[in-house]
Design a protein around this ligand. Structure first.
Ligand code: SAH
Ligand code: SF4
Length: 396
């Protein structure tokens, strides 16, 4: 992540120390209260938000319809950080992976999945974005690259929000076809509001979102607000490894965010082996929390189930899995394991995955088998970061 450029930016040390609130971590009401305190007209709040969320401005300097003294005052009081793109994998209109550097040098990832691969060279304009919520992860699931080097820190709300805006900046620059009749001069960046390109969010990147609960909720509210990201709550799915107490907390929030649970095992025996969190919150506790969630929401829960050869892909797992799915009216997403360098696990052969799917369906469960997008570009969470950090370490 780097500071916005230009004369009105905050000094780097201030932002790096995190002493200053970032402009993309506050609500409309908070911003308007500040502007009122400064004697600025009320409508200025809307203008600032428009620059941030609709025009995806990268600096105070571009906010040309705000008086210079107001821009200076905003810059003195708030940081305005944007993500620094380190590396991008994948092509336009296929799954793309973005590796970002934060102000303190830490690396995080976002993965973009187009809804429909574009035909005949046209750009697909509907996208799902998978965002990260922490640097690393403390939960250490045995199959996952994100937890391999442990947990470093939580992301701030603005670092979660900025993943959406930064990806859209890249998309917008890639999709823009110059019009020779009007584009004689290069246009000022962010000169006009653009439609939201990311229409679905999955909180399934690096980190355990419910372990960064307050910042996550703040970020999701900013992304959901009509004056902010404008992404519907039902288009936002939070994935958790099973933090039962936080699931109960989420159940009483007013928004209808969707919930996905990384189950990966339908018995405590299997789950204990691959997910240390299960020892803290075993299946009985997790299931009870999910039932509480369902009582409050009219939402279907999804179970994520990675199929790992010889670990959880036996047909004996299908009965307990079907029992849990039926009890919670959950849909099951089967995901063939993506090999992670340095980990011992492997993906089952295709017929094994198909047989697991068929067995679940025979037991009356709604299930899908992901014929994985992005497997070729290290798309499972944490893999690009891990690879890049290892490359940097060998170069050092
Ligand atoms: N911490 C949260 C969200 C991030 S992990 C959680 O555990 O739900 C989200 C998902 O990444 C996991 O459920 C799993 O579906 C996927 N994942 C992690 N490592 C993977 C791998 N090696 N292969 C395939 N999917 C993986
Ligand atoms: Fe953390 Fe989720 Fe990976 Fe487990 S699967 S280590 S909870 S990111």
């Amino acid at each position: 992540m780097k500071l916005s450029g230009g004369a009105l930016s905050l000094p780097g040390w201030q932002a790096t120390l995190g002493a200053v609130t970032d402009i993309k971590s506050i609500t409309r009401a908070e911003l308007e209260a500040r502007l009122t305190e400064w004697g600025a007209p009320h409508y200025r709040g809307g203008q600032v938000l428009d620059w941030l969320y609709k025009r995806r401005a990268t600096s105070w300097d571009t906010m040309t319809n705000l008086p210079k003294p107001l821009r200076a005052r905003l810059a003195e009081n708030f940081s305005h950080r944007v993500l620094d793109l380190v590396r991008k994998q994948g092509a336009r209109d296929t799954t793309q992976k973005f590796l970002w550097r934060l102000a303190d040098g830490a690396l995080i990832e976002s993965v973009l999945i187009p809804a429909n691969p574009a035909l005949y060279g046209e750009a697909s304009d509907r996208h799902t974005l998978c965002v990260s919520t922490q640097v690393g992860c403390a939960y250490g699931c045995k199959f996952c690259a994100s937890g391999l080097d442990g947990w470093k820190r939580n992301l701030g709300p603005e670092e979660i929000v900025e993943q959406v805006l930064a990806v859209e900046r890249v998309l917008s620059s890639e999709f823009r076809v110059p019009d020779p009749t009007t584009d004689t001069q290069p246009k000022t960046q962010n000169s006009k509001p653009e439609a939201r390109m990311v229409n679905n969010l999955v909180i399934m990147g690096m980190g355990e979102p419910l372990a960064n609960y307050d910042n996550l909720l703040k970020a999701l509210r900013l992304l959901n607000a009509p004056w902010g990201g404008g992404i519907g709550a039902r288009k936002i799915t939070i994935s958790t490894s099973g933090l039962a107490p936080q699931i109960r907390k989420l159940a009483v929030e007013p928004e209808q965010f969707r919930l996905a649970v990384s189950l990966h095992g339908a018995t405590d025996e299997v789950r204990d082996r691959i997910m240390p969190v299960n020892r803290k919150h075993p299946l009985a506790e997790l299931t009870a929390a999910l039932e509480a969630y369902q009582r409050r929401k009219d939402q279907l829960i999804t179970f994520e189930y990675i199929l790992i050869a010889g670990v959880n892909d036996g047909l004996d797992q299908t009965r307990p899995l079907a029992a849990l799915a039926t009890r919670l009216r959950a849909k099951v997403n089967l995901i063939p394991y993506n090999t992670v360098e340095g980990l011992e696990w492997s993906r089952p052969a295709e017929p094994v995955c198909e047989a697991f799917l068929a067995a679940l369906e025979n037991l009356g469960v709604t299930a899908t088998l992901r014929r994985e997008k992005g497997g070729d570009i290290d798309a499972a969470c944490g893999q690009l970061r891990l690879k890049t950090e290892r490359e940097m370490a060998t170069q050092a």
